[in-house]
Ligand binder design. Structure first.
Ligand SMILES: NC(=O)C1=CN([C@@H]2O[C@H](COP(=O)(O)OP(=O)(O)OC[C@H]3O[C@@H](n4cnc5c(N)ncnc54)[C@H](OP(=O)(O)O)[C@@H]3O)[C@@H](O)[C@H]2O)C=CC1
Ligand SMILES: CC(=O)C(=O)O
Ligand SMILES: [Mg+2]
Length: 676
């Protein structure tokens, strides 16, 4: 007998046996010394009772010997043997979490990495002691996928679908990824935004089995040991949050764990990173969410958030421990930190670690790609457009800076100049020079000369942007008046541009109504409502199309169903960093990159924009469909890796000749493996 600890204790379902060959998928001769050890039962003494050979021949002997342990005094009422002394123990007595460790297939069925459920072949059932543990039928993985989707579609409540998917992930990892990859467009809204937002809000009450690693203030000084508790050793990507800005839902404390878990599921499904190489982490420094602090089911520390030195010391310890345990090349993705920490953490650790802030950098890359694509539909170069943001935080200023950088590269103008084409509104109004003294540092570059303006509508009317981007985390802020204003003056600009165009290029001075109509039709306002989840979207797809009279080029952070307006069906795109981070991370990992550089974000953006087909454009789309995401991720990974080599930041040498092929060859496949 051995005592259970770590992840095996957490995945124990009552009866626990460990099938030690299966984990490594190689023939082995485990010699498991079975030791009975009790610290609460005076009648039980430490006893070495045997060893089990790889063919399991001594299993029954060993089990018989276990039964020899004197347990006369552990008969619980009703005649059921309290074999482990657990029923007899009172609440304040300590018990050891026992398990027997024999070469049986029972634990194989409960090992999510290797379980295949009914897909175990006859041969595997014989070889791995599964006879009798499964019903007789043998089914293919494809049938399992079909069944899972059939069952999933019976649930009408999205959170039930989420829970069904999480249960599957905890039960049969390969099937989970096969289901997700094969049905990515249908299931992305389930495992990711918007449903993951609701899951985080209710994480305590839906909590079944822990996923990921929780590092709280209690672990201060012990983070190295905590990391070593994680069962996998070859970690390549960590997604970490402190839960303070979960989507647009605010501070969800420890319950933010749903985000790293969800993002890493996408790393595997969309980017092909091996699940065993990924580690979701939640840093719990408390929460300022009063409702959660009072919630009986809350799973985190019940205290106000630690800040200042206490906070930065914990983060510092975590960052050093990660590097010590997993090395220089582990990618650490910061996710959903509040902006007062996010910018600082990125600035501090980008010099010493391979870090990437998805909300600042990934979002910037995906939105730049969408805008570059949109230019095909609305005309002009990046520098000829004017941008207005609602929201000047991580997403807003991150995107703004990357657009300004790309503009600067294209026009050779200094970035200080190109920034002037970009305006941002925060909760206090338009960011202007007169506010400079009181601005957070990341807003300062955007304080241009302009009179103060308090609200978005007035800012839209004054700035007359061609592109409006919502990154405020506040729903319904792109009102009818805002969208109508965006549409109206883009029309006016269209007419004046038409005059200019005819005059300068065609030397024509006359035109008819049809010309104006055709040209105006091309002048469409670009409206991106990035805030997640759906409830926080600045406007819905239906509102964008109807209020703009069908002229908006629209994309949103969370998906919307197609909209019928004026006998036309409008399909909107999803402007979400999920297009970028999986391929971006793959590119870093496969090149052995040691640092992230802004030029890699531009490279990723270019790769994504290049994947939008003419057919997509014809349908008004500025992003390719998610159904092609693995192919897209390979293209992104290749461009990012190429940039890493070019910048001298890659350590995997020699550089593979064909980076796209190499990226594809690195990708995890969820197909079942055959067991000896
Ligand atoms: N689609 C995607 O891929 C992504 C979407 N997002 C979404 O973007 C949203 C914002 O994220 P992030 O930038 O990290 O958050 P931040 O908290 O860093 O920034 C929010 C910004 O919005 C401003 N703001 C808040 N309320 C209002 C209001 N009523 N009117 C005007 N401005 C307001 C804030 O103003 P102030 O500074 O004055 O407080 C702040 O500048 C979230 O909903 C998130 O889910 C984020 C990343 C990626
Ligand atoms: C998509 C994302 O990262 C966010 O909304 O925070
Ligand atoms: Mg995020």
């Amino acid at each position: 007998m051995i005592s259970l600890n770590g992840s095996s204790l957490l995945s124990n379902t009552g009866i626990s046996t460990s099938f030690s060959q299966s984990r490594r998928n190689v023939p082995s001769s485990p010699s498991i010394v079975m030791v009975a050890q009790s610290n609460n039962n005076p009648n039980r003494k430490e006893k070495k009772i045997g060893a089990v050979s790889s063919n399991g021949s001594t299993t029954s002997a060993a089990v018989n010997e276990i039964k020899e342990i004197d347990c006369k005094s552990t008969i619980a009422s009703g005649g059921v043997q309290d074999f482990y002394g657990e029923d007899q123990a009172t609440e304040d007595q300590l018990v050891t979490p026992w398990t027997t460790s024999v070469a049986s297939g029972y634990s194989l069925l409960r090992d999510p990495h290797h379980n295949k459920g009914l897909a175990f072949s006859e041969k595997e059932r014989d070889a791995h002691y599964l006879r009798g543990l499964l019903p007789p039928t043998v089914v293919s993985q494809d049938i399992q996928v079909k069944k899972m989707m059939h069952n999933m579609r019976q649930y009408k409540v999205p959170l039930q679908r989420y829970m069904a998917m999480m249960d599957l992930q905890n039960m049969n990892e390969r099937l989970f990824y096969k289901v997700l990859i094969n049905n990515v467009e249908e299931l992305l809204p389930v495992v990711y935004t918007p449903t993951v937002g609701e899951a985080c809000q209710k994480y305590g009450s839906i909590f079944r089995r822990p996923q990921g690693l929780y590092i709280s203030l209690k672990e201060k000084g012990k983070i190295l040991e905590v990391l070593k508790n994680w069962p996998e050793k070859n970690i390549q990507v960590i997604v970490v949050t402190d839960g303070e800005r979960i989507l647009g839902l605010g501070d969800l404390g420890c319950q933010g764990m749903g985000i790293p878990v969800g993002k890493l599921a996408l790393y595997t499904a969309l980017g092909g990173i091996r699940p065993s190489a990924s580690l979701p982490v939640t840093i719990d420094v408390g929460t300022n969410n009063e409702a959660l602090l009072k919630d009986d089911f809350y799973i985190g520390l019940r205290q106000k958030r630690a800040t200042g030195q206490e906070y930065s010391e914990l983060l510092d310890e975590f960052m050093s421990a990660v590097k010590q345990v997993y090395g220089e090349k582990v990618l650490i993705q910061f996710e959903d930190f509040a902006n007062h920490n996010a910018f600082e953490l990125l600035a501090k650790y980008r010099k010493t670690h391979l870090v990437f802030n998805d909300d600042i950098q990934g979002t910037a890359s995906v939105v730049l790609a969408g805008i570059v694509s949109a230019l095909k539909l609305v005309g002009g170069t990046l520098a000829e457009h004017t941008f207005l943001f609602l929201g000047a935080g991580e997403a807003g200023t991150g995107i703004a800076e990357l657009i300004a950088l790309e503009m600067s590269k294209q026009t050779k103008a200094p970035i200080e100049e190109t920034r002037k084409k970009i305006w941002l509104v925060d909760s206090k109004g338009l960011i202007v020079k007169s506010r400079k003294e009181s601005l957070q540092h990341f807003k300062e570059p955007w304080a241009h000369d302009h009179e103060p303006i308090r609200n978005l509508l007035d800012a839209v009317k004054s700035i007359k942007p061609t592109v409006l981007i919502g990154s405020s985390g506040v729903g319904q802020t792109f009102t009818k008046e805002v969208v109508e204003a965006m549409s109206s003056f883009n029309e006016v600009i269209a007419v004046s541009q038409l005059y200019l165009h005819l005059h300068l290029h065609l030397h024509l001075y006359l035109f008819d109504e049809a010309d104006i109509g055709a040209y105006n039709d091309m002048q469409k306002p670009v409206i991106l409502a990035l805030s997640n989840p759906t409830s926080q979207s600045e406007c819905t797809a239906e509102q964008a199309y109807s209020w703009s009279n069908g002229r908006a080029i629209f994309a949103s952070g969370s998906p919307f169903d197609p909209v019928e307006f004026n006998d036309r069906v409008f399909v909107s795109g999803q402007a979400n960093n999920a297009y970028i981070f999986p391929g971006f991370g793959l590119g870093l990992i496969m090149s052995g990159a040691i640092r992230v550089h802004d030029d890699m974000l531009l490279a990723a953006s270019e790769a994504l924009a290049a994947e939008v087909s003419q057919e997509n454009y014809d349908n008004g789309l500025i992003y390719p469909p998610f159904s092609d995401i693995r192919k897209i991720s390979a293209q992104i990974a290749a461009k990012v890796a190429a940039k890493a080599y070019e910048l001298g930041l890659a350590t995997r040498l020699p550089q593979p000749l064909n980076l796209v092929q190499y990226a594809e060859s690195c990708m995890y496949s969820p197909d079942y493996r055959s067991y000896r």
